[in-house]
Design a protein around this ligand. Structure first.
Ligand code: SF4
Length: 367
């Protein structure tokens, strides 16, 4: 169990394969593959890269029967739960369930025929597979949309009403293994929609600002939207949607959770922005430190162990930050002063700063 530094909304727990979402479970990081699912080798390779980066749950799009029939083979080769993303075609959902996926992302209202919905719900219930309902501002029912003003508050209410429509369909079948997302590409709408839904139902909430764009804009929008909600205690799992390699989505998700102290694991790297006082050639130093610590960062993430590392450019703020970190280095004129747990342990020339710092971090991690 995690001791949360922020108050957290009480949600029910929904089990997705071996991963619990909601309740007191740690907030999980998700992503989605970005290649044709029917290309099994490439999909598995991308999921392995995501696993390695600390992804807890991965979604794949299932646009056709070839993709649906590849799901079982994909699932057998990965370690994290697999989510099938399906729209409109109930047969794809049934095949995905037969293939052993751990969750469906599906809006039951889009299947239209109640018989088809019933078949999918029965198959999901028999296998104890949850369903994520995902209301998206780009695909809100026009009849619902027109009821509300075209303002962030109106858009948020339309999103929630749309999601509640799908939720009620499942609830009418007695199905409550539900996770909900309410995604808009606009941050304010996203935040308002999740707040409304948090007051309506206790299902776990999957956070995200959809179609957030390229980094850095997409990172900023996602961090503000997801971060605002998490700081209010709302949210049980998240995806940072970026027009980028999905591994970047996972990295960003972890950074958001670590910034709010909501997830332990990995290396938090503090570095100064540099200024005219900087005593060393800082940019190559910090880039080398980040690159060389990346494998250890991932290993510590998987182990749930955290380390704080500081790299600072001069003697003004450097020693203070370096002392506060587990391992830190504060630059002097063409040299570095290495700290471990607040104590000076070495003075090294500029060209040895990276080696000395990385060696000390690795030594501390192995203890
Ligand atoms: S630590 Fe020194 S070099 Fe870095 S920003 Fe602060 S004053 Fe400038």
């Amino acid at each position: 169990m995690v001791a949360y530094p922020l108050p957290r909304r009480r949600s029910r727990t929904v089990q997705v394969g071996g991963l619990a979402i909601g309740g007191e479970s740690p907030i999980s990081v998700q992503s989605m593959t970005k290649i044709p699912t029917a290309d099994m080798e490439a999909t598995v390779a991308q999921i392995h890269a995501l696993q390695e980066a600390g992804c807890h749950l991965v979604r794949v799009a299932v646009p056709d029967m070839r993709a649906a029939e590849a799901l079982g083979a994909i699932k057998r080769r990965i370690r994290i739960p697999l989510v099938a993303d399906i729209h409109f075609d109930y047969r794809l959902a049934l095949v995905a369930l037969e293939q052993g996926v751990d969750k469906l992302r599906l809006n039951p209202g889009n299947l239209r025929n109640p018989e088809y919905i019933q078949l999918v719900v029965k198959a999901a219930r028999d296998r104890r597979i949850p369903i994520r309902i995902g209301a998206n501002s780009g695909s809100t029912d026009p009849a619902v949309r027109e009821k509300y003003p075209f303002t962030p508050a109106g858009n948020a209410r339309a999103l929630v009403e749309s999601a509640l429509g799908h939720i009620r369909i499942l609830e009418d079948f007695g199905f409550t293994e539900i996770i909900v997302s309410l995604k808009a590409s606009d941050v304010i709408t996203t935040v308002l929609a999740y707040r409304l839904m948090a007051a309506e139902r206790d299902y776990p909430l999957h956070l995200g600002v959809t179609e957030a764009g390229l980094p850095p804009e997409g990172l900023v929008k996602s961090s503000i939207g997801i971060g605002q909600l998490l700081a209010e205690g709302i949210g049980d799992t998240l995806r940072v949607s970026l027009t980028a390699d999905p591994v970047e989505e996972v990295e960003a998700g972890w950074h958001i959770l670590r910034a709010l102290d909501l997830r332990q694991g990995g290396i938090t790297l503090t570095s100064c922005p540099t200024c005219a006082r900087c005593d060393v050639d800082f940019d190559p130093i910090i880039r080398a430190v980040k690159a060389r610590l990346a494998p250890l960062d991932r290993r510590l993430r998987a182990e749930g162990r955290s380390l704080r590392v500081a790299v600072m450019g001069c003697e003004v703020n450097g020693p203070g930050e370096a002392r506060d970190a587990d391992v830190g280095i504060a630059s002097g004129v063409h040299k570095g002063i290495l700290f471990r747990h607040g104590e000076v342990i070495a003075r090294v020339p500029e060209e040895r700063m990276v080696d000395a710092l990385v060696a000390e971090v690795e030594a501390l991690a192995s203890e």
